[in-house]
Design a protein around this ligand. Structure first.
Ligand code: CP
Ligand code: NVA
Length: 307
């Protein structure tokens, strides 16, 4: 099989994504049952982090450990990446030693360059433009709580950021309708809006956007790298706080998701995560199972899968 990367959700077909979500649920059950499954003995994951992380780092590192392999944490502070070694050279060298690499960085073009020069699969673990790994966990979580998301309504509330762009791609791949309620000036990338106009729309009023929705999602107002805009954004986003009463406008079976970290009193009210419709803790845990399913998929030619 030719080399596969996971830079955005569009790198996998609809069928591959659906299979991956189901496999992540199986891996969750196996993990909960205490089953030992180690298809990656002798394999190594390189983890390049140019931004902070809790969930992504722990899920990849723990997942690799549970699979019997090793993970190496590589930060620009401690590698030559931070001292200007070209990405192309780093990609060639690192990929000559490890079996798979995940990268969290700023510009999306950096993961694209890395993938171009890498001899092993590259996973986008968040760029300024996309966060596809989070969407795997989110789709898995919806499937586990409510079944298929096809033909459902999903409402994105807040910044048209990296998470929102990945939700737009997910709407196309998983076949749901996405409504985006974002303040003026913080709407999603217009090119993506155009490309996904068959399944994504802007809805100005957040209450209207929530009506009959099956899934409501939000995210931090100022993403990593935008810290200096925090105060301006806080003023502009204030009407977009997600609360239990917003969820009351939605379908009775609605669930609430947030990729975390969450900021109570900002994008969500203090009581939002305690609401029974919130599934954020399962969503966070599913990062582990979804990451394992993704690595298994990308390395499937190198490992012996169970019969
Ligand atoms: N949701 C998410 O990616 O969390 P971290 O930034 O903690 O990895
Ligand atoms: N949009 C957020 C997601 C964090 C997981 C950020 O990029 O900081």
């Amino acid at each position: 099989m030719s080399l596969r990367h996971f830079l955005t959700l569009s790198d996998l077909t609809k069928q591959e994504l659906e299979n991956l979500i189901k496999r992540a649920s199986e891996l969750r059950k196996m993990q909960h049952a205490g089953e030992i499954y180690q298809p990656f003995v002798g394999r190594t994951l390189g983890m390049i982090f140019e931004k902070s992380s809790t969930r992504t780092r722990i899920s990849f590192e723990t997942g690799m450990g549970q699979f019997g392999g090793n993970a190496i944490f590589l930060s620009p502070n401690d590698t030559q990446l931070g001292r200007g070694e070209p990405l192309e050279d780093s990609a060639r060298v690192i990929s000559s030693m490890v079996d798979i690499i995940m990268i969290r960085t700023f510009g999306h073009e950096k993961v694209e360059t890395f993938a171009e020069y890498s001899s092993v699969p590259i996973i986008n673990a968040l760029t300024d433009e996309y966060h596809p790994c989070q969407l795997l966990a989110d789709m898995q979580t919806y499937y586990e709580h409510r079944g298929s998301i096809e033909n459902k309504i999903v409402t994105w509330v807040g910044d048209g950021n990296n998470m929102c762009s990945s939700f737009m791609q997910a709407a196309n791949q998983f076949g749901f309708e996405l409504r985006v309620a974002a303040p003026y000036g913080f709407e999603p990338d217009p090119k993506l809006m155009e490309r996904f106009s068959h399944c994504v729309s802007l809805v100005e009023n957040v209450q209207d956007a929530a009506k009959d929705s099956n899934l409501i999602v939000t995210d931090v107002w100022a993403s990593m790298g935008q810290e200096s805009e925090q105060n301006t954004r806080a003023r502009r986003f204030a009407p977009y706080q997600v609360t239990p009463s917003l969820l009351d406008k939605a379908d009775p079976e609605v669930v609430f998701m947030h990729c975390l970290p969450a900021h109570r009193g900002e994008e969500i009210s203090h009581d939002m995560l305690n609401d029974p419709r919130s599934v954020v803790w399962d969503e966070a845990e599913n990062r582990l199972h979804a990451q394992k399913a993704l690595m298994e998929f990308l390395l499937k030619d190198k490992i012996k899968l169970p019969a």
